[in-house]
Each structure stands twice: as structure tokens, then as C-alpha cells.
Design a protein around this ligand. Structure first.
Ligand SMILES: [Zn+2]
Length: 236
């Protein structure tokens, strides 16, 4: 018989509460974000907020423990070639990202989690590839545990969302999760949106809506929980 409470925030729970959830749902969610300039219309922590909200929705659906977000990322817009946005980002080295990921995975394995879901809200490269590669290494090292690094767009169909920076997809998600933090009026009305001026990569964010954000979030939860159901059969 599975316990009544199936999910929670790891850092807001006492040890017996954690163990109560973990015995039935030994799944850890690691929301991995960034502090990164996201144009004039979005907050700098968009990638972090996106990862936390999506992990929380997934944990609510499937069960498990959501860890506090890691807002450390490499390969930010601050250092994109050909653009000039030096402010409002805090960037870390690729070496450090790899090390932090390894130390988290190692200790989550020690604490008997059977499935570890790392959701990266930041898709800069090789930042994301580093997190995927560490997961592959740990899957070989601990074959009885599943380490799954993903970005939200891995499990969402392209017609709803593709990898983007502060464009239609990310802005709609942020509008859905934390509407008070978005201001579409900061975007120009009389010209095309560009990467060079607006720090937007992807579809025009001016038509972003909460409704689209909700659709994207629902699609994520549906598809990621389907994949997790398969992993649970195999690993738990
Ligand atoms: Zn972003």
C-alpha cells in the first residue's frame, strides 16, 4: 500500500517525512536553472523557475522529492558569439558544472534514490551536453539506478515548443507559472524582434500567452510521466 503523501520539497521536509515518501517513491528531481539575461521582458531566473515548476508538476503526478534548484550554468548569452549582453548573467565554468553534477549524482545514489531526474532549464551548449554526459557515465557506474538528464523540449512535440531563448515558448511558460514577472510591453511594437537587440532566439515572444504556457506544461507532464512510468517498472 503506497503512502498517502507522494511528493514534497526535499529541503522543506523533516527526515521521517523524506523517508516516508522515499520508500514508495525513490525518485529525486533536480531542477537545474541559471541566472541569465532573458531580454527586457523576462526575469533573469527564467530557466530556474521553469525547471522548478515543471519538476514540481511532474513530482505531483508521479511521486518523489524535488530538490532545491541549482542556478549555476555555463554557456550563457553573456558569451554568445556576435552578441553583446554582458550584464545580468552570472556564468560558471564548464568544469565546475560537471563537478557539481557528479557530486550531486554520487550523493543521491548513496541516499538510495532509484531514479534521478535532472531537468535542465538552460539549453546552452555544451552546458546541457555536459549534464547529459555525466548521466551516461553514472548509468554505467550504477546500472541499478537510472540517471535521466533532460531538457523540457526533449519530451514536448515541436509544434508546441522547441529549444528557444526567451522566445514564444519560454515566455509563455513564464507567463503561465509567474505572470507578475513578465512584461510584454517591454518589447518593441514597431520592428522585428532580433537576437542581437532583444536577446530572443526563436519565435516572436510578443504573442506569448498563459494558455500556450499551460498547454506546453501539460504536454511536458503527460510525456515525461509516461516515460517515468516505464522507468519505475524497470528500476523500482
Ligand atoms: Zn531560458
Amino acid at each position: 500500500m503506497k503512502g498517502e503523501i507522494k511528493w514534497g520539497y526535499f529541503d522543506k521536509m523533516r527526515p521521517t517525512q523524506i523517508e516516508g515518501i522515499k520508500k514508495d517513491y525513490p525518485i529525486a528531481y533536480l531542477p537545474w536553472g541559471a541566472i541569465e539575461y532573458h531580454g527586457s521582458h523576462n526575469p533573469t531566473g527564467l530557466d530556474t523557475h521553469k525547471a522548478v515548476h515543471l519538476c514540481s508538476l511532474l513530482a505531483k503526478e508521479v511521486g518523489g522529492l524535488v530538490f532545491p534548484p541549482i542556478s549555476l550554468a555555463a554557456n550563457l548569452i553573456k558569451s554568445y558569439p556576435g552578441v553583446d549582453f554582458p550584464n545580468h548573467s552570472i556564468e560558471f565554468s564548464e568544469k565546475l558544472i560537471q563537478l557539481i553534477c557528479e557530486e550531486y549524482f554520487e550523493q543521491l545514489a548513496e541516499q538510495n534514490f532509484k531514479i534521478i531526474v535532472l531537468l535542465s532549464g538552460h539549453a546552452g551548449e555544451p552546458h546541457l551536453q555536459i549534464l547529459r554526459d555525466v548521466a551516461s557515465q553514472f548509468n554505467k557506474k550504477y546500472p541499478e539506478i537510472c540517471f535521466w538528464t533532460l531538457a523540457e523540449f526533449d519530451v514536448i512535440p515541436d509544434h508546441l515548443l522547441v529549444a528557444n531563448h526567451s522566445a514564444l515558448g519560454e515566455t509563455s511558460l513564464q507567463l503561465y507559472f509567474e505572470p507578475e514577472t513578465v512584461d510584454l510591453d517591454c518589447l518593441p511594437k514597431d520592428r522585428a524582434i532580433t537576437l542581437e537587440i532583444d536577446a530572443v532566439s526563436g519565435e516572436d515572444p510578443r504573442s506569448s500567452t498563459m494558455e500556450l504556457g499551460e498547454k506546453i506544461a501539460n504536454s511536458f507532464v503527460e510525456n515525461a510521466s509516461g516515460k517515468l512510468d516505464d522507468l519505475i517498472k524497470k528500476y523500482i
